[in-house]
Design a protein around this ligand. Structure first.
Ligand code: PHE
Ligand code: ZN
Length: 849
């Protein structure tokens, strides 16, 4: 628990470190209650830094002894660490501290999970291990000795020596402390090897508990695909003799890119047919790729300070998105990524937590691992690539790698690499890193004498602490279609730089239909008066797969909002458009499934709020259900033929083709259930040989009030498997009707398997409730109270996970006064909790401001 008064840290106050670290030697004598950490650090003064006192970070450490150049010293201990008088030149710092990993429930620093020791040091966890300059611009060469009776002892870099009860590791690459890692446990390895393009043989291991050994093969394949891809697409090879991945059950985030020793939330690495859905397989592959890609974008080149977090995260997300697109198809991937932007990042940008991709201040850096830094950060990389072209992008990245290898860099360095490699002036583009909020593009058009004109105006709304935003440099990909659907102007990249700008296209025979923001070329909202007829036309004819899907999505949203406002039945034009797409066998099943999916309840609430209306979560829920029932009736005769056309005859494979077929048939199963009341879903549940089909059948049955027996059967079959059990908890809440969701969640928190200190389990219940929009936003406020009670309980145990989950309240402003007041009072109750962590307190303060 942090009791020190919270301090705000500013980017503008950056000061270079007073000392460099040449080398670090660490010895760990592991014991659950009393681990000893002995450090020997070689410091040299940094001639380029302003004069400053010598200080080392340290939290929750018991200092046993300290010495400088072999002479004992008595440093001044402070809330944040220690200060000490030091010699003028280079010197050796030695210290011994004691820590208690078994008491570390925050899962930051050195902690224990099911009898195994592991570490999590990003962002500022190393200071809970020993006294150190815990900042990313201090990079040292680490040598580590681990003493323990546990059989597997791992750290970063290469294994140099070992014996009974000890092992030594040396990492030749200088790194900041946040990339340090240590693991000790009774583990087994799924082992393989890889030869790099430079001819280096690399040993690969995924370390797990023995019971999980049959869940490693897919992840190992994903790792090797990632290694090949980074060599082929970015020219980057792996740089150590060994690459270790460890699966840990108790982990706050998805995974961590520690040099040569990636530590994963077990949900982000383990996968097999019977326990993992297609979405799980895709997530595992993407996260393994993401962490592996960090070896170059994050580790070889790291961040100067935490304000530069998007330098490694935005770029690495962009790289993992490109990887997934290359392997499984770009169209579907682009739609999935745009959905994350629109449903989550635009929401963050529109609420009290809005912040720039590169924030200018923070209280607790852990609160800035957000969709804005990650996903919007990735969109900025994607826009840069569109602006400079594929060759320009590769040249810029090559320059960035050669220029900054081994350094802790900034966004300025990153943009300079683009400018120097491509001669593009990116002064205006840089505003994207500093201005929060989602730009709105208002588009109008006209046609005269064969010339078509698009008038585009841009405006970015105010966000907390930021008003009067300047125009951004926005790549807008546009194509033009004639009234037969033929493309008369192929995709063209317009560069919007002014507040208002007109783009013209000459020599056209008739007024074209524009297809704007193709491939979601920028993270912006397009505002344009479009008729439902034009949306239906684009849904049928657009040659850009993203915009074709988006036209269908906009049409669906318009139709649903119309039903909410005026009652009535599902629009026939929309049904016909969907029928055409559904039965179009030239369309990829995955794409058909995406087209068939109606906008989420959150999407509709955001849309209504965007129109200045106050959404009613119950009306949204009921209307969406009614629309699905009517769609099911309308498509009833079409469904059987489509279902048989996408049946899979081959053995199970977690690939894009089969995944698409399963996605489409599960959407159709859900529609069928309106009429058959669950017969087909129950049959699928009973015979499924993979988790995608078993879980979606369960979810459908639960949503139709026919899932009790299946839920019990699912528990009986899977209660021994932690990861599947998380799904069991979650699905009962996600699929619950609004009036039941809080009661279901309450009942599940009383279940003996509700291990609430495990972040995955906590999220599977509390997070599932905040994700059930109409259930969480119950008019009487019971959802808010339930979540607040649990967050108050979790905060002293695990501040980081608590703070992330408080963000579930960030839609507050969107709702009616009564709901908003109830949300405020739940948040106020959290804020007033004595001893609240710095993490959670920063979040509730921002939410309430
Ligand atoms: N750096 C990790 C990633 O994106 C995320 C992470 C942050 C993990 C902080 C743990 C703690 O890959
Ligand atoms: Zn990352």
């Amino acid at each position: 628990m942090n009791t020190a008064a919270p301090q705000t840290i500013f980017l503008s106050n950056y000061m270079a470190p007073g000392w460099h670290v040449e080398s670090v030697n660490l010895t760990f004598k592991l014991a659950p209650e009393a681990t000893r950490v002995i450090s020997r650090i070689a410091f040299t003064p940094n001639p380029d830094a302003p004069a400053q006192p010598f200080m080392l970070h340290g939290e929750e450490l018991t200092l046993i002894s300290a010495a400088i150049d072999g002479v004992a010293v008595s440093p001044d201990l402070t809330a944040a660490g220690l200060t000490c008088d030091v010699p003028d030149g280079a010197f050796i710092w030695e210290a011994e501290v004691e820590i208690a990993p078994v008491k570390n429930t925050a899962l930051e620093g050195l902690y224990m999970s099911n009898g195994m020791y592991c570490t999590q040091c990003e962002a500022e966890g190393f200071r809970k291990i020993t006294y150190y300059p815990d900042r990313p611009d201090v990079m040292g060469v680490f040598t580590v000795r681990i003493e323990s009776d546990l059989p597997v002892l791992l750290s970063n870099g290469n294994a140099t020596a070992s014996g009974a009860g000890w092992a030594e590791w040396h990492d030749p690459w200088p790194k900041p402390a946040y990339l340090f890692a240590l693991v000790a446990g009774d583990l087994v390895a799924h082992n393989d090897s890889f030869t790099t393009m430079e001819g280096r043989d690399v040993e690969l291991n995924i370390w797990v508990r023995a019971a999980d050994l049959d869940k490693c093969a897919f992840g190992m394949g994903a790792l090797k695909r990632s290694m090949v891809w980074d060599e082929q697409v970015y020219g980057r090879a792996y740089d150590l003799d060994i690459f270790n991945i460890v699966a840990v059950d108790d982990f706050n985030m998805g995974a961590m890119e520690n040099k040569g020793l990636n530590i994963f939330n077990s949900s982000a690495v383990l996968a097999k047919q019977s326990t993992s859905t297609d979405a799980d397989f895709q997530r595992v592959e993407a996260i393994i790729a993401h962490e592996y890609f960090h070896n170059w974008t994050g580790n070889r080149i790291t961040c100067r300070d935490w304000f530069q977090l998007c330098l490694k995260e935005g770029l690495t997300v962009f790289r993992d998105q490109s990887f997934t697109g290359d392997l499984h198809g770009h169209a579907v991937k682009r739609i999935e990524d745009a959905l994350v932007m629109r449903n989550r990042q635009f929401q963050e940008d529109a609420g009290p937590l809005a912040h720039p991709v590169r924030p200018e201040s923070f209280v607790e850096i852990n609160n800035f691992y957000t969709v804005t830094v990650y996903e919007k950060g990735a969109e900025l990389v994607g826009m840069l690539k569109r602006l400079v072209g594929d060759d320009g992008y590769r040249a810029a990245l090559d320059l960035y790698f050669t220029r900054h290898d081994g350094q802790a860099a900034t966004i300025e360095d990153w943009l300079a690499a683009f400018t120097d490699a491509t001669d593009r002036d990116l002064t205006q583009f840089k505003r994207w890193y500093a201005q929060a909020g989602t730009p709105r593009l208002t588009v109008t058009d006209d046609f005269k004498n064969g010339t078509y004109s698009l008038h585009i105006a841009q405006q970015t709304p105010d966000t907390p602490g930021q008003t009067d935003k300047l125009p951004l440099h926005i790549p807008v990909a546009v194509g033009l279609l004639d009234d037969t659907g033929a493309e008369v102007v192929a995709t063209t990249l317009l560069e919007l730089t002014e507040a208002q700008q007109t783009f013209t296209f000459d020599g056209l025979a008739s007024k074209p239909v524009p297809s704007i923001l193709r491939d979601f070329s920028a993270p912006v909202i397009i505002e344009r008066d479009v008729t439902q007829a034009e949306q239906a036309f684009l849904l049928t004819h657009d040659t850009d797969p993203f915009n074709r899907w988006d036209a269908g999505r906009s049409l669906a949203r318009a139709v649903l909002l119309d039903m909410i406002a005026n009652g009535g039945d599902l629009d026939a034009g929309y049904i016909n458009g969907l029928r055409a797409a559904l039965t179009d066998s030239t369309l990829d099943p995955a794409m058909r499934a995406l087209l068939l999916a109606m906008p989420s309840e959150a999407d509709m609430a955001i849309a209504l709020a965007g129109q200045g209306q106050t959404p009613d979560p119950d009306a949204i829920h009921q209307t969406r259900r009614k629309a699905q029932r009517q769609l099911a009736e309308a498509l009833a005769t079409d469904i059987p033929a489509v279902l048989s056309s996408v049946r899979i005859d081959a053995p199970f494979a977690p690939d894009a083709d089969q995944g698409g077929r399963r996605a489409l048939s599960n959407s159709l199963l859900s529609l069928l259930t309106w009429a058959d009341k669950g017969t087909a879903a129950q049959a699928q549940f009973d015979t499924a040989d993979n988790m995608t089909q078993q879980l979606s059948a369960l979810s459908i049955l639960l949503a139709h009030g026919a899932g009790d027996a299946a839920a019990q059967a699912f528990y009986d079959q899977w209660h021994h498997d932690r990861l599947v059990l998380n799904k069991w908890f979650g699905v009962q809440i996600s699929a619950a009707q609004p009036q039941d969701a809080v009661a279901v969640a309450t009942r599940l928190t009383q279940h003996p398997d509700f291990e609430w200190k495990n972040p995955n389990r906590f999220r599977s219940v509390i997070g599932a409730l905040t994700g059930n929009q109409a259930g969480f936003h119950r008019a009487d406020g019971a959802g808010y109270d339930f979540v607040a009670d649990w967050l108050i309980k979790l905060d002293p145990v695990n501040p980081q996970t608590t703070a992330r989950m408080v963000a579930g309240f960030d839609s507050m402003r969107r709702w009616d006064d009564a709901r908003r007041e109830k949300m405020r009072s739940a948040l106020t109750r959290i804020k007033d909790t004595p001893g609240l962590s710095r993490d959670t307190s920063e979040m509730v303060t921002r939410l309430l401001s």
